[in-house]
Write a new protein. Sequence first.
Length: 407
Amino acid sequence: MPVVNAIINRGGEHDVLAAAREDHDSVVALTRELVAIPSRGGIDPYEPVLTRLGSWLDRHDLAATVLKDQTGATVGLTCEIHGARPGPRWVLDACLDTAPFGDEAAWTHPPTSAAISDGWLYGRGSADSKSGAAIFCHIAARLASDADRLHGCLVLLVDVDEHTGGFGGAKRFFEGPDAPDDVAGVMIGYPGMDKLVVGGRGVHRVKLHVHGVASHSGGSKTSPSAIEKAANLIRVLSAAELSDSASAEFPMAGKVTVTAIEGGQGYSVTPDLCTLNVDVRTTRTFDDEDAARLLKHLVAQVDDAWPGTQPTLIQVDTRWPAFALAEGSRLRTAILDAARTVGVEVEPKVAGPSNIGNYLAGLNIPATAGFGADYVGLHGTDERIRIDTIPTVQAIYHAAVLALMGA
């Protein structure tokens, strides 16, 4: 706390609150320009929105590097601020791809209007997380003029493959051929001022390929239907009793959910294959191996009850560990201390949904996921942010980065 207090209160070039207020109109303008460019994950091209952001960085004498995956597809952008003194690497991460628009006719203002009304900035991606990217860009510009005081390196990482679930930009940066090995922590610019996400349940996602025996549905003999067997399996999965894995350090329990079902065709064939998508949320004490054992046990139970059918095939899709930053984590402490000094009480929280912090946990990289502008309608109709909360968010992140980099 004393370090953050000194940074915020010493005045001059380190007065982060004054700097954030000075940047406010510029942050809002950049956010509006980014929102006005459609960048829906898997739908729109990403080059226009990255080009716009890259142009802003270039005008502020910040060199940007476009990230491409192994296929040559554009997946992100980075910009690095190198301090004059040795130290670790810290990352500010935000995404520029967005959720789909949904029913555009239901929006008060069109999804790419970037309209401002009654203090709210409307548009898809305004909350998640184009405002976060705009805030981080301005922090990077501020730090570039203060590099002689900094220890280590600050990286601005912008991902355009986040809402697809691919996290191509992050994977290219953290696991690519030139991946850094000195990343001390990542701050992810998801929205919301009421909490700092310092952990999240993990995921163990599988496809269950459930087998039956094909036959003519109108025949005199009835064969085992894969759909009926799958329905039996769904009932078993839904009734599964998981041990209470919540604790004071990780106050979330595990969970099993069937999220999709696909099988059958037409009317005249008894189906021999039905596929289920199953999402298992894991915790620190109900981990990936526990989830795998549970699914194997429940699947075998149903297979045994359906003789004459092939065993169900379990195809693992995604595995991310649960994570929770310790109370003494430098990353967690820097942000929470900065928030208190600015006068904002932010609750550290372990979230039920997973996030990119889980992916980073698998790489042993600490991360926070979710402190940003106040918002409404995330991924929904009339997504919007309260623009008067932007300076507070910027000041807190700016002060936290200065504390981490020893300025």
